[in-house]
Design a protein around this ligand. Sequence first.
Ligand SMILES: [Zn+2]
Length: 161
Amino acid sequence: MQPDGELCNCGNHGCLEVYAFARAIRREAIRLAGQGAPGLSRLLKEQLEATASDFYALAVAGDADAQSIFDRAGRAIGICIASLINTFNPALVVIAGGVSDAWLLLSPKIFEELQHRSYIYRLTQPGSSFQQHTIVQKATLGADAGLTGAALYPFVYGNRS
Ligand SMILES: [Zn+2]
């Protein structure tokens, strides 16, 4: 995402994970609170261990600083998906994992970036005249998608050890 961005747990700099995952949302909230964001400061004083879902609730309640955290994450996800769509032209992109619980706040910026950065998406989005459409949506199982997939794997594919 960012060649000289923040250090990621993988050792690389500027990975999507640094901008769009639960820990990144908490880190950004702490950074903004340090710059004086009143709602985030209050929340972090009241709940020292506040999580992404606490910041999500604050954003949904109308706190502009909390909303900006999810705007930033949505933009990062949108930029990443735009590159994938431009490269692979998939029929379907599914957003899963914990961050997908924030789809309501993330999706406007995701689609804004897709419109802005991906001519393939603009040509193939639902409602376009192209026959093959590119659909981007939240996973039906949300944060439980990975766990459910892992649990079902042996029943679908059997024992292949
Ligand atoms: Zn990384």
